[in-house]
Ligand binder design. Structure first.
Ligand code: ADP
Ligand code: MG
Length: 703
């Protein structure tokens, strides 16, 4: 394809600075459209990667057409007429040496009808369907054979993500020009150090780019997930490396900041530990020792605390908080939702009030005088630990002496939120330490990529005396039996949960469903005392129901996923989860963790809506087979992908253009080493790589 060589030559080395307007056919209007999808340079065009490919390298005989496949045919138009049926359509017959097929257009112009006149030789491409008179294609792409210049394309046809008003062929031709530049001049700058490319035997960047935009026809099989594909691997490696570099860079920025060193007597901490009704587990001790070490250093801690459901992360968080308070600093404890934050407030008040530590509460919903008073106590330093939602770091909250931020359930926050929080924290005089807790374990591959800026502590054991939960998968058609089972459990003075879920994130609908279920169950089980708790109840009402359940005045608690976190009633030994197929495995595991806390054998019934999809069957099967949160997390990633595991809306930096954490997991160790190598030996390429892959997406604090 033609390029304007005279104007391009001098800047060939700078494809990242060259505007797409330099390419043929790109005027101001198109330039604007490209900018709208983040393309402002020729380099951006080259890294705008195909979503998928179509195979137009072959012409198939009509007799060999296969229903459901996208295929290309050539033939002569033998009839072309408008049909008036239920819908007006233009119907053409196309015949080749082997047979014929029908082309059908529901929208067409007079000119189009003209161009499809009997006798015209055509090449067509489209999806083959089964029609009344044989094979049919609706709205095929077509061209008169006279206008087809090459025999057939000798490469697969890329399909790119595009935007309204920018048609696929147009975008394809622009990107093709950009690729021509690379092919003819080898001019794309490869930022990866040559030693690295040689050591890892990576494909060259220009070869990889050419391959990704123009794969040879026989590469089609190679786009399968598992088949080797050097071009794709090279780009995926560079992308993963860039993500890691950007997170490591953030970490390096943080490592040169000053943080308060917590030293001193730790009187509160000792008092708290002495009064705990149990011994800390070995895992808790190790995790807290690592945290303690960090907190005694003059640079900010950035640490991830992982542990299975019920492994006792909250206690470790409490110990860490007391370390800060003992040293005269304040703590902010943040949870992603109001409900989770409330649970923490209740727990921490129960633990800390006897020690004389003031626990405060702040959320977006708090209004008026209580809000003003609370903020005043935070600003004066009287409030030593403030619990709440992300409102803790918005606008008016001013801390007297914030020393530690604890974030619970990190993976609902996502990387972007974490960066934003760090930026806010950096605006404070001192840089607080940060402890990030996850509700359930994070797969190792995700921890290595999405959390590359954090150190890792793992609580690898459960407190003694827990009995593994027995999980059953039961169809909704057998709901009656499940209800009877509850009656039987409650007869033996045991308690049960019934969890209502909805795919719809709407809290209102979820709460309504729980209300209806509670009423029905109360009717079906007159001898059972049924309680209800959901997110739209007032905090005081919720607390009252929970207290009555804890005191065994309620036998069956119908709840929304509110109870996912923080609820702790050892006498509850049965849980029914409705529509479990709609939840992620990590969330199911978290819910199930509410039973199996006492010495009685516990059961969890996954009451699914039949029929269950194959994937759904497989996922619920994982729940039945395993009680190990680390194993479940890996399976969740495998079956749902990182977007779902991290929470789609909040994946932040975890949306990749070409890398696939599950597919490319084996690369991650090499990526880690390569990132260390680049940071220490070639730090000057980091910015260029980040600009290439992440664009303006990333903000560094304090740079
Ligand atoms: P998670 O890690 O899921 O957040 P929690 O911190 O909520 O777990 O702890 C679960 C339960 O285990 C709580 O009732 C807590 O008091 C109890 N617990 C925590 N540590 C221990 C321990 N070392 N021995 C016995 N029980 C413990
Ligand atoms: Mg917890």
């Amino acid at each position: 394809m033609a390029v304007k060589p005279s104007t391009l030559a001098p800047e060939l080395k700078r494809l990242d600075a060259m505007s797409p307007a330099r390419l043929k056919g790109v005027g101001p209007a198109l330039e604007k459209k490209l900018a709208a999808i983040g393309i402002t340079s020729i380099q951006d065009l080259l890294f705008h990667l195909p979503l998928r490919y179509e195979d137009r390298t072959r012409v198939t005989l009509a007799a060999r057409a296969q229903i459901g496949e996208h295929m290309q045919f050539e033939g002569e138009v033998t009839s072309c007429e408008i049909q008036f049926g239920k819908r007006r359509s233009l119907r053409c017959s196309l015949r080749d040496s082997s047979g014929s097929m029908t082309l059908r257009f529901f929208h067409f112009s007079a000119a189009q009808k003209e161009s499809l006149a009997v006798g015209t030789q055509l090449r067509v491409y489209g999806e083959v369907k089964h029609g009344r008179g044989g094979f049919e294609i609706f709205h095929p792409e077509y061209k008169p054979l006279a206008q087809v210049n090459a025999e057939t394309s000798d490469t697969l046809t890329p399909i790119y993500p595009t935007t309204e008003g920018l048609l696929q062929p147009r975008l394809r031709s622009i990107i093709a020009q950009a690729v021509d530049l690379v092919v003819s001049k080898e001019s794309i700058e490869d930022y990866l150090p040559a030693e690295l490319i040689a050591k890892l035997k990576l494909a060259s960047l220009s070869a990889a780019i050419t391959h990704i935009h123009r794969p040879p026809a026989d590469a089609f099989g190679g786009w399968d997930r598992d088949a080797p594909n050097p071009g794709r691997d090279r780009l995926a490696f560079e992308e993963l490396l860039t993500h890691r570099l950007s997170l490591r860079r953030l970490r390096e920025d943080s490592d040169v900041q000053a943080a308060p060193q917590f030293v001193g007597e730790n009187q509160l901490l000792r008092g708290f530990v002495a009064n705990l009704p149990f011994e800390l587990t070995g895992g808790q001790r190790r995790a807290f020792a690592e945290i303690s070490d960090d907190l005694a250093r003059p640079t900010p801690m950035l640490r991830l605390l992982q542990g299975d459901v019920g492994s006792g992360k909250t206690v470790v968080a409490a110990l860490s908080a007391l370390r800060a308070i003992d040293a005269g600093y304040q703590v902010a404890l943040m949870a992603p939702t109001e409900i989770l934050a409330e649970q923490h407030a209740i727990n921490f008040r129960a633990w800390f009030s006897p020690l004389g530590v003031e626990v405060g509460w702040h959320s977006g919903k708090q209004k008026g005088k209580p809000r003003a008073e609370q903020l005043a106590r935070v600003a004066s330093g009287e409030c030593q630990i403030l619990v709440g939602t992300h409102a803790l770091f918005q606008g008016e909250v001013e801390y007297a002496k914030l020393g530690l931020i604890i974030i619970d359930e990190q993976h609902r926050f996502g990387v972007q939120q974490r960066l934003a929080l760090r930026e806010k924290a950096a605006a404070l005089q001192i840089n607080p330490h940060q402890l990030v807790m996850t509700a359930t374990p994070i797969p190792r591959t995700l921890a290595m990529s999405a959390y590359a800026d954090l150190d890792n502590s793992i609580i690898d054991e459960l407190p003694p005396g827990r009995t593994p939960v027995n999980t059953l998968i039961v169809s909704n058609e057998r709901r009656g039996e499940v209800v009877e089972r509850i009656a039987a459990a409650c007869e033996t003075r045991s308690q049960a949960y019934w969890v209502c879920t909805l795919i719809d994130e709407s809290e209102v609908l979820q709460c309504q469903a729980a209300e209806v279920t509670a009423t029905q169950l109360a009717e079906q089980l007159p001898q059972v005392r049924v309680g209800l708790v959901h997110g739209r109840m007032k905090p005081a009402e919720k607390a009252e129901v929970m207290a009555r359940f804890k005191a065994a005045e309620i036998d069956l608690l119908v709840a929304t996923t509110v109870i996912e976190v923080g609820v702790d009633v050892p006498n509850a030994s049965l849980m029914v989860i409705e529509n479990p197929e709609r939840l992620g495995l990590a969330q199911l595991h978290q819910l199930r963790g509410r039973v199996g806390r006492g010495s009685i054998k516990s059961h969890c019934i996954l009451l699914y809506q039949s029929p269950l999809s194959r994937n759904g069957k497989e996922r619920l099967g994982v729940m039945r087979e395993s009680n190990d949160g680390f194993f479940i997390a890996e399976k969740d990633l495998e079956l749902r992908g990182p977007g779902q595991v991290l929470g789609t809306a909040q994946t932040g930096l975890m949306t990749f253009r070409i890398a696939d954490i599950a597919r490319d997991a084996a690369m991650l160790d090499e990526v880690k080493d390569a990132a260390d190598f680049v940071l220490s030996r070639h730090p000057q390429v980091v910015d260029s790589l980040v600009r290439r892959w992440l664009g303006e997406n990333i903000h560094y604090a304090n740079v």
